[in-house]
Design a protein around this ligand. Structure first.
Ligand code: SF4
Length: 167
């Protein structure tokens, strides 16, 4: 029987095997450095807000989302949910969980820390916990996240942060 992809899983994209090198796992292992970078990017986005507003957020949506998808796709296997919570999930993108859990892990984590659905893939939320332990504000992982809003799928989180929509 063919596998049914999760809502945020790009067609034909195989789940990450933890034994093979992937930037996603590197970013998670270097979560403290990513946290510092993320906070700098956030500050820059706030500074740029008046410029973005003058140009028009809707006009910027498509090009900025394309850049964001490329950079975060490489670094985090970002699925462009449009409401980024990387800084609250140890720099491990929750949309790579086949159940798309925003508050994890589920009860099915294997004894070796891998996903119950994709046996070769380390559980996204086990990785999130590990990443959070190295971060200065890693306790944000304790915050209960609202359900994912599917209407925002494909939209830029960066522009949303600049607008103050995610604060
Ligand atoms: S939480 Fe959303 S925006 Fe952030 S990396 Fe994951 S899919 Fe991309």
């Amino acid at each position: 029987m063919s596998r049914v992809p999760a809502a945020f899983e790009p067609a034909g994209k195989a789940p990450r095997d933890g034994k093979k090198f992937a930037l996603r796992f590197w970013s998670n292992t270097h979560s403290r450095g990513m946290e510092i970078t993320y906070s700098l990017v956030e500050k820059m986005l706030h500074v740029a807000a008046p410029l973005f507003k003058a140009i028009g957020y809707e006009r910027l949506e498509k090009p900025v989302a394309a850049v964001e998808a490329t950079i975060k796709g490489a670094l985090f296997d970002c699925r462009m949910c449009g409401q980024c919570i990387l800084s609250s999930s140890g720099m491990s993108c929750p949309m790579n969980c086949p159940k798309n859990l925003r508050n994890g892990p589920c009860g099915g984590v294997r004894a070796n820390g891998n996903c119950e659905v994709y046996a070769e893939m380390p559980c996204v939320w086990v990785k999130a916990w590990e990443g959070s332990k190295a971060m200065e504000h890693g306790n944000k992982i304790m915050n209960v996240q609202p359900p994912v809003d599917h209407r925002l799928k494909g939209r830029s989180s960066w522009l949303a942060v600049s607008r103050g929509a995610h604060e």
